[in-house]
Design a protein around this ligand. Structure first.
Ligand SMILES: [Zn+2]
Length: 175
C-alpha cells in the first residue's frame, strides 16, 4: 500500500519556508543545495511535498554537530512550525541509537512528544546519513492543515544562530 496516492505535489508551504530558513542560517546547507531533498516520485510522503531530508551524516562529527543544532532548533520552534515527526541517529560507544521525535499525533512514543523516542532498526538504519522531517499525518490523499504553516522563519533562524550549549558553558566557566 502506497503511503501517498495524491500524485506528485509541490513542496508544501511549511517545507518551503523550512528550506529557506535552513539555507539562510546554516552555512553547510547554503553551500550545497543538494543537501536538502524534498519532493521525489516514489509514492512516499516526499511525493506529497510534505517531507524533507537534510543530508547531514551522523557519522561525520562536523555534520553531526550541525544536525544536532538543527534538531534542537526545530524542537524549540515546534509551537509555530507544527511538524509531525523527525528521524535521525545518535552514536553511543560506536553503536547507533536510532530515534524519532514525535511532534504531533498520530506520532508519539513512551518518552513523550518532542523527545527522542526509539525507532526500529530498519527505519533507523535509513536515517544514519540524514535527518528526515515531515508534515505528514498518514492521510494518503490530503495534506494536513499544518502543512500550510508559515511565519516561523525568523524565529527558526534566531534559534539556529544561537551559540551551541558547549560554547555557552565554556564561556561561563572561563570568563
Ligand atoms: Zn525522508
Amino acid at each position: 500500500m502506497a503511503e501517498w496516492n495524491g500524485g506528485v505535489m509541490p513542496e508544501c508551504p511549511a517545507i518551503k519556508e523550512l528550506k529557506d530558513a535552513l539555507r539562510s542560517a546554516v552555512p553547510l546547507l547554503s553551500a550545497n543545495p543538494n543537501k536538502l531533498g524534498t519532493v521525489r516520485n516514489d509514492s512516499s510522503r516526499h511525493t506529497a511535498g510534505l517531507a524533507m531530508d537534510i543530508m547531514l551524516d551522523s557519522r561525520d562529527p562536523v555534520e553531526k554537530s550541525v544536525a544536532d543544532s538543527i534538531i534542537t532548533a526545530v524542537i524549540n520552534v515546534h509551537h509555530s512550525m507544527k511538524w509531525y515527526d523527525l528521524i535521525y541517529t545518535d552514536w553511543e560507544n560506536g553503536k547507533p541509537v536510532y530515534f524519532h521525535v514525535p511532534g504531533l499525533p498520530p506520532f508519539g512514543g513512551p518518552k513523550g512528544m518532542l523527545k527522542k523516542n526509539p525507532t526500529s532498526a530498519k527505519l533507523g538504519k535509513q536515517h544514519e546519513n540524514h535527518i528526515h522531517i515531515d508534515w505528514f499525518n498518514l492521510n494518503a490523499e490530503k495534506w494536513p492543515p499544518q502543512a500550510s504553516t508559515t511565519g516561523f522563519k525568523t524565529a527558526l533562524i534566531g534559534e539556529l544562530q544561537k551559540p551551541p550549549q558547549w560554547l555557552v558553558d565554556f564561556m561561563t566557566l572561563n570568563f
